[in-house]
Structure formats: C-alpha cells, structure tokens
Design a protein around this ligand. Structure first.
Ligand SMILES: *[C@@H]1O[C@H](CO)[C@@H](O)[C@H](O)[C@H]1NC(C)=O
Ligand SMILES: *[C@@H]1O[C@H](CO)[C@@H](O)[C@H](O)[C@H]1NC(C)=O
Length: 363
C-alpha cells in the first residue's frame, strides 16, 4: 500500500511539473498577412511566396523560409522575447504532437480583412479560413491533451494579428478605378473595413483568445514600392498615408470599445505607424543608411516588382530599414518588437508586452 501511494505521489509530482513547464512556455497564435506569415504560402499555389533566394539570406541556414524577411520576422522575435520556440506554419506537416503546444502561425501573405483583397494571388488563406484552421487546431490540441487543458492553453495564449495593409495596397489602391474605390469614398471604405475587422476580432475572442495584440498598419505611403510608383521626390504617398491615418485610429477605438464590452483588456493596440515612422523619418538615428531604398529589388528605390534572385541586393542588410519593396529588414523588425515589449502607451496601449507578460504570470 505504501509503495502505491508513493507512486501516486510521484505521478502527481510529475503532473504538476509538466503543468508548470507548460505554463512557462505560453502558446502563441499568429494571424494575418505577409508581415507575419512564416511559411504557410509555401504550401499553396500562389505567387505570394518568399520561397527563393535571397529571402532568408541571413537565417541560420541562409535559405528561404517563407518569411518575407532577410532573416526573422516580428512573430519570431516575439517568441524569442517570450523564451518560446518559434511557432510552425499551420500547414507544416511537422506541426503534430507536442509541437502543437507551442501554438501555430495561420498567417498568409496577400490576404486582407476583406475576402476580395489579394484575389490576384489566387490560393491564399483568407481571414475567415485562418479562423476555421484555428478551430481545427483546437480540435487537434484537444485530442492531444483533452478538451479542458486545450481550452486553458488557448485562454492563456498570446495572440498576434497583423492585417489591413493589403485592403489598401492590394485592393482599394491596387489599380486606378478599382472596384472598391468606385464603390466607396476612402473614409467610407475605412469604416466598412473596420466594421468587418470587428467581426473577425469578436470571432477570435469567441474562439477563446484572451490576450490579442493587434497592430495597425505601418506608414503604407512610405514603403519603397509606393515611393517607386507614386512619389516624385521621395516623399511618402499622401493618399496612402491618408488611408493609414484614417484606419489606425479607428482600429484603436474599436479595440477600446471591444475591451469595454468584454469588461477586460483582451485587445492591445500596437501602433505600427508610429513604430515605423520613427526610423522612417530619422533612419540615421537607428543606424540605417536609408529608409527609402529597399535592400532587395529593382528600379527606383528598388521598389518595383518583387525581390528575386535577379534583383539588386545590398551587402549589409542591417543598415537598411526595408528588406524588400514592402517588408522591413530583420533589424527593423527587432526595433519594432523592442517597442512592442517596452514602449510607452503612445506606441502600445493599454500596456506594453513586457508589462502584459508580467501581469499574466502573476495571475
Ligand atoms: C468571406 O467569405 C466567407 C466564406 O465564403 C464568408 O463566410 C464571409 O462572410 C465572407 N466575409 C465577408 C466580409 O464577405
Ligand atoms: C513598458 O515596459 C517597461 C518595462 O520594460 C515599463 O518600465 C514601462 O513602465 C512600460 N511603459 C508603459 C507606458 O506601460
């Protein structure tokens, strides 16, 4: 009898330690577009892929990983800061067993809040589909750890969602006289997009997310692609800056509203515009030689077309704010995540991520 109770005690101990080690590595779920896609599109029939040289040139393998970066992207660096493994793309065949506990990345380059954003990329994982996959993930997690534990893991997780930029650059402003721009004046379009965003965010909440970092869009008018297409003297495109300046404050307001309705700080707004604008308007202060010219690309500002093996490529990626015509370099991503971690409420509201992680570890 004594040996049985000793075994019982031992198994209790083991259960407790396995729970506590799981609690340390908080799960992380990522939704959105190419700024946070870490390889899902490599599994899909789409042109929106970062699957060849020189993408990933500064990654440990120096090979393309599906990330739209020379190395790491924002979710990777957030995982690093949380002391967690990098999440796998949801479509990766390696995402099985214990790896499910780390979380998953559902993001897909080219998508927007609206279903008709990014239609030119054919097969991409639109937001509603990312949420269906999140449901499917939870069923798979339940099969692994049981329904109660699965629910707990999702409730305790950190969620990142980065979407919206494509609803402007790959929809409203994709071509002159686009269908959406004929249907809506810009201010009305923004109101519509934000009303659709509300539905997606409420759905993420219903699916169990309780800590959701929502980044607005960066300065869309200042990326090398837009400078190449719309700028005469290197000044940011006014139209796209106007779109960003309408969209971001409405997203911030929406998150406040949702938090009030829910009665808790579920949604945290990351002001990607201000986070970028600091180094876009004063690149030298951040160790960049330029924030206008992409490291990889061609044409004015290296902003025309895609980054391919035939493109111009800068020798030192760390001194470029933009890696390709649309996406920040790994070093710029590190500056952004540093602000997410420790920035003031001007950048991240109602609290920064280091405060959030500390608060949650106490409860
Ligand atoms: C997007 O498509 C899905 C599936 O067809 C649909 O359920 C959803 O309502 C659509 N969303 C919008 C904003 O049209
Ligand atoms: C952000 O995080 C730092 C800790 O790194 C903290 O000292 C600071 O008070 C926080 N700022 C705000 C505005 O919450």
């Amino acid at each position: 009898m004594e040996s049985i109770s000793f075994l019982g005690f031992l198994s209790l101990l083991l259960t407790l330690t396995s729970f506590s080690s799981r609690a340390e590595a908080r799960a992380f779920f990522v939704f959105g577009d190419s700024l946070v896609d870490n390889g899902n599109n490599d599994y899909l029939a789409t042109t929106a892929r970062a699957d060849s040289y020189p993408y990933g040139i500064d990654s440990p393998t120096h090979r393309a990983t599906g990330r739209f970066s020379n190395g790491l992207n924002i979710p990777d660096i957030i995982s690093e800061q949380m002391g967690a493994e990098t999440t796998l793309p949801y479509l990766s065949p390696q995402l099985t067993g214990e790896r499910l506990l780390v979380g998953a990345n559902f993001a897909s380059a080219g998508i927007g809040i609206l279903n008709d954003t990014g239609v030119q990329f054919l097969y991409i994982i639109r937001m509603y589909q990312q949420l269906l996959y999140f449901q499917q993930y939870q069923q798979r997690l339940s099969a692994l750890v049981g329904a109660d534990q699965a629910k707990q893991i999702v409730n305790d997780a950190l969620v990142l969602i980065t979407v919206g930029g494509n609803d402007f650059v790959n929809n409203y402003y994709l071509v002159p006289f686009s269908a959406r721009s004929r249907q809506f004046a810009l201010p009305d379009y923004v109101v519509y997009v934000v009303s659709e965003y509300r539905k997606l965010l409420m759905r993420i909440y219903e699916l169990g997310a309780r800590r959701v970092l929502v980044t607005g869009t960066g300065p869309l008018g200042c990326v090398p692609a837009e400078l190449a297409m719309r700028s005469r003297n290197g000044e940011c495109s006014e139209e796209l800056q106007r779109a960003t300046n309408l969209f971001n404050p409405q997203v911030a307001q929406l998150l406040n509203q949702l938090n009030r309705e829910i009665g808790s700080d579920v949604f945290v707004f990351g002001n990607a515009f201000d986070m970028h604008m600091d180094f876009v308007s004063n690149p030298g202060a951040y160790g960049f030689v330029t924030s206008k010219i992409a490291c990889c690309g061609q044409g004015p500002y290296n902003g025309i077309g895609l980054c391919t093996p035939a493109s111009n490529l800068c020798p030192n990626r760390d001194i470029y704010a933009f890696w390709d015509p649309f996406h920040p370099s790994e070093r710029a991503n590190r500056i952004i995540v540093q602000t997410i971690m420790t920035g003031s409420t001007k950048y991240i509201n109602p609290m920064n991520l280091s405060t959030l992680l500390a608060v949650d570890s106490r409860t």
